[in-house]
Design a binder for this molecule. Structure first.
Ligand SMILES: Nc1ncnc2c1ncn2[C@@H]1O[C@H](COP(=O)(O)OP(=O)(O)O)[C@@H](O)[C@H]1O
Ligand SMILES: [Mg+2]
Length: 274
């Protein structure tokens, strides 16, 4: 099985946000899906986040850049209901929420794909797709229905896995990532959080995931936060970029109004003055 198995439909990049009307429920294109205000978080003596303000709209991909230890994962874990912030507010679709758990955040439309993907190697693709929400009739698993729905859901996001009956362990890193993303958005997701989806991937597989993210953007109803290390990939796929340095957001600008060189300069300046 090759990397080509993730079908890469090259779709034109639409400069305007959210183009297709009639997308069903959820925030309309361009509407604010998530806002974070004044979030701080300490772990004992470590201040992981300090007065974070961040927002992302439906149909927008926000890139979150920052060195190791900057606080990116902590911020994602707060938005996904895993950690409680020490202070600050979170608004989803304009409503202030107090997230009690990951399940609570999910019920409000916040879905996260973590770095470890949470896939079970020994299970076929379709059972991974329905992990912890298997379709059943009485005591029996509805294998056929789950297979069909997994095929449809993967096709809908433009992923071609030759057989959803294949064990996940047989798949490439890009295919695994694509399955985890497709599973996350096969819900009533309004906000999708991707923690370093490109980390362990070569340029080619990474490109396939970037195209998947671009297709999800074009749905227009989903707000995406993408954590990444590769600045040029962020410039390619994101509408806007935030830089997180030592727990603070130090930069917020549309990607069209910045450059890889400028971002690198900001990060390097940090070391010169340190
Ligand atoms: N559960 C935790 N307990 C203690 N310290 C933590 C915990 N999680 C993160 N930290 C610390 O908070 C800071 C930010 O970490 P993290 O959010 O993982 O950064 P990043 O994802 O940007 O690499 C680091 O100093 C890290 O050691
Ligand atoms: Mg991290």
């Amino acid at each position: 099985m090759s990397e080509e198995d993730i079908t890469a439909h090259d779709t034109p990049v639409t400069p305007e946000l959210g183009v297709s009307p009639g997308l069903g429920p959820g925030p309309g294109p361009g509407q604010e899906a998530l806002r974070v205000e004044g979030i701080s978080k300490r772990f004992g003596p470590v201040t992981a986040l300090r007065d974070i303000n961040l927002h992302v709209r439906a149909g927008e991909v926000l890139g979150l850049l920052g060195d190791n230890g900057a606080g990116k994962s902590t911020l994602i874990k707060i938005i996904t209901g895993f950690h409680r912030p020490d202070s600050g507010r979170i608004l989803i679709g304009g409503q202030e929420v107090s997230l009690r758990s990951v399940a609570h955040a999910r019920s409000l439309g916040v879905e996260t794909v973590y770095q470890d993907l949470a896939l079970v190697d020994e299970l076929p693709v379709y059972l991974n797709f329905f992990l912890n929400k298997e379709l059943t009739v009485g005591p029996f698993l509805r294998h056929g229905a789950m297979r069909r729905q997994a095929v449809d859901a993967l096709a809908e996001v433009g992923i071609n896995i030759p057989s959803v009956g294949a064990e996940v362990r047989a798949l490439s890193g890009g295919q695994r990532q694509a399955i985890a993303v497709a599973r996350a958005v096969n819900t009533a997701a309004k906000v999708l959080l991707l923690d370093e989806p490109l980390a362990a991937m070569g340029a080619r597989e990474g490109g396939q995931i970037l195209r998947l993210i671009d297709r999800l953007r074009q749905r227009g109803d989903l707000a995406i936060i993408l954590i990444a290390h590769n600045y040029s990939q962020v410039m390619d796929v994101c509408d806007r970029v935030n830089l997180l340095q030592h727990g603070e957001i130090t930069f917020n600008r549309p990607t069209a109004e910045t450059s890889v060189a400028e971002l690198l300069e900001l990060v390097h300046a940090e070391y010169r003055t340190a």
